[in-house]
Design a protein. Structure first.
Lengths: 391, 424
């Protein structure tokens, strides 16, 4: 306990760091032990309507692969070469029994590998696991998109009701929207604070704090976020010579925490990023009206952040990146792209073209969630930083 | 073992399809020169050519352009050009070849290609399509419309899925009216759908001919030859005439007992696209063993008709929607593909399954190791898994693939011999 403000900042960050990397899901097991017959529903990145899971009395559990915590012994043979690591580790988690606390698993229309993974899951695990695929629409310019998404969410609600054996009311969903709005606001506060005072909140800490939210009730997570925000200004932190960067491309598979530390250690203040993007998916609060499913669907279609896995040509996402750079007063963009991630590598081409038009420097680093040596990445980042600091 | 064969069936239909495809490229060239008729870019999978045909709009299929470059050994230069501006070595090489060809002014025939009046991304399962067409739109400045087709999450589409696609098709009608300055003619649309239904019946009948032993054609390599007209001319009388002639020719071959080889020794189901840059080499690996493909999933990319689906002129919008959602392999889920292959193997009486993993295409390939596991361990089917690429000539290890193919067929031969001995 910190006597100055009553908040145990180190304790929270330490717990978050442990939870963020725990592939045994102890916190989920603990929650289920305290909530008799309650269900836990896992979801693959990037975005899922967690409000509906919450409204069904279940615990949403965000899976972002297994990082460097699990050797891939079985999944390689099922997914072969040229497929990203997160698909394999998500398969490996299930094949090795790590997902035993989960009662369901959701996948979405984000990429072809994730799509096929859903059905390989169905073949192997559907007997004991509710496995579903949500089609999140790709044509927001059509008025039909919103109606379709409402129907898709109603389908999901019905399936969750069957699984949890309870009726989900509109009021349940409104309450869920309210608590997730609070959570997103608390996260946004921290992101804003880091942008203003990046030396006060290292990204590696913000990252684990955010990721821990994948494995705990949202209300408790929001309390953590608020407590941390309150405690941060009192920390004895020093400024360093660093450039301000936006990190782009890590929206699905996540780099190792060691990699994020290297990025900062090599001289980058991260002023914005797309790590765990689904947790900060909306540009503003989801409204809470008469028809909350409609509110959720409308928010997805009209008020989502730009993302490599959401397609909205009304405003190309490369314009979104440039806006992000300007809003964050960033000096440069560091693309951290997961090996074999097609959406990220495709977007890189148009992002790069736009950044060069705008005269914004950029660097591309490829990673894998299970990488454990960072020497090459450190050298590349240091060289890049030096070229900007001393130009 | 009998001497190796390299010959393959080359009939009138092959010549005729070549003429049809050359005509199509010439019409595209004219469109580029005169600015009319307008051309629309769309994707092969689950295409809605019927609507374009109703407006006399020319289709541009970037996939067909890309594969034409590959089969003519012209794909590497545009691929490298695309990589030079930032595309990764692991990005789909179809996209790289198409974008690189645009940047370098390369076309498959040397004719000019028109700038599309509309980039119509008929999204049926393949997420790369979305990126591909976003990039074409970004580079050419042409407007884009994404026709979002819900993925087939269950065995059948929901009523909401169909409503969603129909509404978008009607939005597309408005866009096509704007491009062509022509009012939509519902009867012409119905006529186009009627032509498609006739072509689909003919094509389906052709595909069932390979149930004969010997099969009168190879349902992978020869089917690919027939697929071009299927996409470009399906909704027209030209398509009906072509497929009627093709069916007649193939029926005559059945009547005369003519197969692809002198003696059909193995009947194979192939999963996955072919390695177009090494198409002939790959085919020769089958021919060496007189192995005839009797069914293939790749030949159902444009549409899956051999199990009964037809466009319906009485419900034209709904049937186009059903085609896009349910009746093409790319929008069907992965386990439905397992079932499709299994059905082929059973009903077409195949000796084995060859799975061709292509680096470019995650839609086809992600999970094919699991597919192999299912066919070998659960179904006890002889199954071979090989890897290369459909567009990039650098990803083809000829010696390795040949060794694996030879070993597979030797094993099949051994099994047949043992079965014969046991039966004597």
């Amino acid at each position: 306990m910190n006597p100055d403000n009553g908040i145990d900042l180190a304790g929270i960050l330490g717990q978050a760091a442990t939870m963020a990397q725990d592939v045994t899901f102890q916190s989920v097991r603990g929650w289920k032990a305290q909530h008799e017959n309650a269900k836990a529903i896992g979801y693959f990145p990037v975005y899922t309507p967690v409000e509906l899971i919450h409204a069904a009395g279940a615990l949403p559990v965000g899976l972002n692969g297994a990082g460097d915590q699990l050797d891939i012994q079985h999944a390689d043979a099922r997914f072969g070469s040229f497929i990203c690591s997160i698909v394999k580790t998500t398969m490996e988690l299930a094949l090795t029994g790590h997902l035993e606390p989960l009662d369901g698993m959701l996948f979405h229309s984000i990429c072809d590998s994730a799509r096929n993974l859903c059905f390989v899951y169905k073949r192997h695990f559907a007997e004991n696991l509710y496995v579903d695929f949500l089609h999140l629409p790709h044509n927001p310019s059509s008025v039909a998109s919103q109606e379709f998404l409402v129907s898709e969410y109603r389908r999901l609600k019905k399936n969750l009701e069957n699984l949890t054996n309870r009726t989900v009311t509109d009021q349940d969903i409104r309450l869920a929207i309210k608590v997730y709005n609070e959570n997103r606001r608390a996260l946004s506060d921290l992101y804003r604070y880091r942008q203003e005072e990046p030396h006060m909140l290292p990204t590696a800490e913000l990252y684990v704090l955010q990721r821990a939210g994948n494995f705990m009730p949202v209300e408790e997570h929001t309390q953590w976020l608020k407590a941390v925000r309150q405690a941060l200004p009192n920390r004895p932190m020093k400024r360093r010579d660093s450039i301000r960067v936006v990190v782009e491309g890590s929206f699905c598979e996540q780099p190792p925490i060691g990699f994020i530390k290297i990025l900062e250690g090599a001289g980058c203040y991260v002023v914005d990023d797309d790590f765990l993007l689904g947790k900060r998916w909306f540009t503003e609060d989801v409204p809470i009206g008469d028809d909350p499913i409609h509110d959720l669907a409308e928010s997805y279609v009209q008020r989502s952040v730009y993302s490599s896995v959401r397609h909205d040509w009304r405003k190309p996402r490369f314009l979104g990146l440039v806006e992000k750079v300007k809003a964050g007063k960033a000096d440069a963009v560091v693309f951290c792209l997961a090996k074999f991630c097609e959406p990220a590598f495709f977007d890189y081409v148009l992002f790069k073209r736009e950044l060069e038009k705008e005269g914004i420097p950029h660097l591309l680093i490829e990673f894998e969630e299970k990488m454990f040596t960072f020497d090459r990445a450190r050298t590349e980042i240091e060289t890049f930083v030096e070229s900007l600091l001393f130009e | 073992m009998a001497p190796a064969q390299k010959s393959e069936y080359r009939g009138y239909v092959h010549q005729m399809q070549k003429t049809l495809m050359v005509n199509w490229y010439e019409r595209l060239g004219e469109s580029a020169l005169k600015g009319w008729p307008p051309a629309v870019c769309l994707m092969v999978s689950g295409n809605c050519i019927e609507l374009l045909q109703a407006f006399d709009v020319l289709p541009i299929y970037p996939e067909v352009n890309a594969l034409q470059l590959a089969i003519r050994h012209q794909s590497l230069e545009p691929i490298v050009a695309a990589e030079e501006i930032g595309y990764a070595s692991d990005n789909c090489a179809y996209v790289k070849a198409d974008i690189g060809a645009y940047l370098k002014g390369i076309t498959p025939t040397g004719n000019k290609m028109p700038t599309a009046a509309l980039i119509l991304c008929n999204f049926v399962g393949c997420n790369t399509y979305l990126k591909w067409f976003e990039h074409v739109s970004a580079f050419t400045g042409a407007p884009m419309y994404v026709l979002d087709v819900p993925f087939l999450r269950y065995d059948k589409p929901t009523a909401d899925d169909i409503t969603y696609v129909v509404k978008q098709l009607k939005e597309l009608v408005g866009l096509l009216e704007g491009i062509t300055h022509t009012k939509f003619d519902y009867d012409r649309f119905k006529q186009a759908v009627q032509y498609s239904a006739e072509v689909e019946s003919l094509w389906s009948e052709i595909k069932h001919l390979s149930k004969h032993s010997p099969s009168p054609f190879d349902a992978y390599f020869d089917a690919i030859t027939l697929m071009g007209p299927l996409y470009v001319y399906r909704a027209s009388s030209v398509g009906v005439d072509f497929f009627r002639a093709a069916l007649q020719e193939l029926k005559e071959r059945v009547a005369n007992g003519q197969g692809v080889y002198d003696e059909e020794r193995f009947r194979i189901v192939v999963e996955g696209p072919p390695p177009y840059p090494h198409f002939k080499t790959f085919r020769d690996m089958f021919a060496k063993w007189r192995a005839c493909t009797v069914a293939s999933t790749y030949s159902t990319v444009g549409g899956l008709w051999e199990f009964g689906f037809r466009h319906d002129p009485e419900n034209p919008f709904e049937s186009v929607a059903l085609h896009m959602i349910e009746n093409n392999v790319t929008n069907r889920n992965y386990l439905q593909r397992y079932a499709q292959i299994e059905r082929y193997a059973d009903e077409w009486k195949a000796d084995g399954v060859i799975i061709h993993f292509v680096k470019s295409c995650r839609l086809f390939s992600a999970g094919q190791g699991d597919m192999r596991d299912y066919f070998t361990k659960v179904l006890k089917r002889p199954t071979l898994y090989i890897e290369s690429d459909l567009e990039d000539p650098r990803y083809f290890s000829e010696a390795q693939i040949r060794n694996r193919m030879d070993a597979f067929f030797e094993s099949l031969e051994h099994q047949k011999t043992m079965a014969n001995v046991a039966g004597e």
